[in-house]
Every structure is written in structure tokens, then in C-alpha cells.
Design a protein around this ligand. Structure first.
Ligand code: HEC
Length: 108
């Protein structure tokens, strides 16, 4: 319950201050709130070979903002459809995609 409330608050805050350009700094908070359960430190506790490392992203053709945005929006069970269900707004999905790509480049 606490998580849901803070996600809602975060969504409101980022909506109020939303900008057009993807912001990896803001994406960091989105990632911490929504993704670390399965992807802490860029790993993937549910899928072998599906980590967020640069190598895995390249191998799986997930190494672009567009493909990550598509996945986070529509999900791929057991990964939730964060965009379709309204958990994360479109601007923050762009931000979290930018954050993932930046961290993958830096080796997490
Ligand atoms: C419930 C666990 C779970 C959560 C929470 C989750 N994911 Fe995932 N994620 C997965 C699974 C499982 C896969 C592998 C899907 C597949 O079969 O291709 C995956 C795949 C990915 C991939 C592609 C990795 C690759 O090498 O192919 C990216 C990028 C990704 N997730 C980003 C995110 C982001 C960003 C968030 C938060 C907004 C998130 N995930 C939240 C479980 C999760």
C-alpha cells in the first residue's frame, strides 16, 4: 500500500514537472520505485540472459530507447505492462529507458 501511494505521488510530481526530453536522473527514481524488485543492479532475477547489461540488451535487440519504451509500456509476462496499466506515465517511461541505457553503458 505504501508503495502504491508513493508511486502515485511520484507520478504526480513528475507529471507536474514533465519536460519533453528524456531525463536519466528522473529515470533513476522511476527505476528504484518500479524495477529493482526484479532488476536490482541491472540484473534479472527472473530471466537468465535477460539482464540489463549492455551485452544482453544488444543480444536481445533491446539496446534502444524505442524498444525499452515499448517493453515497459506493454510488458512481457512476468514483467508488468507499466504503461498500459497506468503505473508509469509516458514521460517517466522515456526517463527510465534513458536511465537503463546510461547505466548499461557505464556497466551498472
Ligand atoms: C516482476 C519482475 C519485473 C519487473 C518489476 C520489471 N521487469 Fe523488466 N524484465 C522482467 C523479465 C522476466 C524480463 C524478460 C522478458 C523476456 O522474456 O524477454 C524483463 C526484461 C526487461 C528488459 C529487456 C532485457 C533483455 O536483456 O532483454 C528491460 C530493458 C527491462 N526488463 C526493463 C525493465 C524496467 C525499466 C522496469 C521498471 C519500469 C522493469 N523491467 C521491471 C521482469 C521484470
Amino acid at each position: 500500500m505504501k508503495t502504491i501511494v508513493s508511486v502515485a505521488a511520484l507520478t504526480l510530481i513528475s507529471f507536474a514537472s514533465s519536460s519533453m526530453a528524456a531525463d536519466a536522473e528522473k529515470g533513476k527514481d522511476v527505476f528504484t520505485q518500479n524495477c529493482t524488485t526484479c532488476h536490482s543492479g541491472g540484473k534479472n532475477i527472473m530471466g537468465v540472459g535477460k539482464s540489463l547489461s549492455k551485452e544482453d540488451l544488444e543480444t536481445n535487440k533491446m539496446n534502444s530507447a524505442a524498444t525499452i519504451i515499448e517493453l515497459v509500456t506493454n510488458g512481457k509476462p512476468p514483467m508488468p505492462a507499466f504503461g498500459k496499466t497506468g503505473i508509469i506515465n509516458a514521460g517517466d517511461i522515456e526517463n527510465v529507458a534513458a536511465y537503463v541505457l546510461k547505466k548499461a553503458d557505464a556497466g551498472w
